[in-house]
Design a protein around this ligand. Sequence first.
Ligand code: F6R
Length: 593
Amino acid sequence: MCGIVGYLGEKDAKKHVMEGLRRLEYRGYDSAGIAYYDEAKADHLVFKEKGRLENLAGLLPEGGSQAAIGHTRWATHGRVTKENAHPHESHDGRFIVVHNGIIENHKALAEEYLAGIPRKSATDTEIIASLLGHLAKGKDVAGAFRQVLDLLEGSYALLLMDREHPDILYAAKKKSPLLIGQNGRDTIIASDLTALCAAATDYLALEDGSIVTIDERGFSVRDGQGKAVRPVLSPVDKAYAETDKGVFDHYMLKEIHEQPAVLRRITAEYFDQETPRIRKDISAMLQKAKRLHILAAGTSMHAGIVGKALFENLARLPTEVHIASEFAHHPPLLEAGSVFLLISQSGETADLRASLEIVKEKGFPSLTLTNVKTSTLAREADKYLEIFAGPEIAVASTKAYTAQIAVLAILAFALGDGGFSLRKELALAAQGIENHLQDHKMYSGIVAGHLKKPHAFYIGRGLDYAVALEAALKLKEISYIHTEGFAAGELKHGTIALIEEGIPVIALVTEKRTAAHTRSAIAEVESRGADVLVIATENVAEKEDGIRLDTVHPLLTPLVCVVPTQLIAYYAALQRGTDIDKPRNLAKSVTVE
Ligand code: F6R
């Protein structure tokens, strides 16, 4: 999704902004641009280009600058063209703007204020720049900026340059994340912590309504009412600066391998010996719940399905899982005592934010489970909990999924009667993953042997079905093999018609209670020519099963069972030569509905 970075300080602004944009690449984008003040030419220069950041970097001349703003765009309003890439300039050329978010009333504003003014792009952002050009005449810029912001409906994180004042940058935020970082007299501002963590020592996540002025002395913040805000900065967690792939060829493979360490970190963060350490206000909120509603999208929604089983089995708390984009527009009947749990790795997903608006409107309590504590959903929900997965750079989520499940298990366990050592069971799961990862290279052969068709199926029952859904999503999103995740017993009700000679069917078998039933489904597809690969835990495995996993607690099987499916997706994508860490059409955080 779009990313923005700005810099004003004593060092090379252009270099810092390009480095920040490089760190935002993982979010997905289709064009990029930068504007900076060129000292030698005493002028602002603007460059933009379609495609990868290298294309833009190739256009940039030598030469220093102390102020720059940059943007990576993921097209929403207008096609992927150089003209639609940011920065955008006002019709009079004075103002230069980069913008994340969506201005919902841009057409109305253009009609009311900018009639007859020619446009260079099809974007909503250009309207912001031109409104400024229109309204700033004869006024101070800060005042005109506030006036323009008051007119905008929708969401924005904005950075603004004024050709008449090259030593000042302006920024504003509403419903799109924006963080401001400092390092001595240098100020860096970005939509994501990963973009500013290398350059900044301390940072502040801006509140909605904030307007920021940045100059050579540092920055000052005013709130929505124009009152000065005393910023309280937090130190930058340097884990976010480490965006190195280490010994791995791709972030995805690195992040798959980080899962045991993430589970151990979560255990350390959330346990005092055998007792889960959950904030009292959060436990109290969940203890009062008559029904828990989980809201999430994609992989996080699949973690939510596992969460339902955990809450119902460990805490006896009736739980529903909703696809956020459905809930947002078709909320079900909700009874008193409902509590909402939003699961979002990024904490920025627009479908969840739309759902949260409804939840808040109806007065239900809400809790966000996220990997990004500075995210919008962490701030907009009543409470939040962190999953401590560390930065996840690959677009395809892996370690965040297992981290979400681990924290959901701890939450559910904390609400229930206990009766076993979850801490120990999580340690065993971490060990089980670690054991399995030692042989990860064997998946190259497994994939070459089994995934020869453009279609595939994952099947399973209970928690194995939940993992089958996630496994199918992972395989399709990075290898582009069309894959369906199916409840093993449901195949015979129609979909089995698609099974023909050589179709890969990967069966997940970890649940003792239903293993025999899943084996019947396997026999059914095998007798119709399917190429079956069984992934099973030792306690239910049979001699001819292709992949065997350590036995873990029956409610934690998704933690180990998902790992082979992540590796299958990874190696299938590798063999197809796709862009594994940045699959086509996808973005890391989906900030549009
Ligand atoms: C797939 C994937 C997505 C996200 C989904 C929700 O690998 O990562 O399906 O899970 O877009 O994103 P978050 O969790 O950030 O709300």
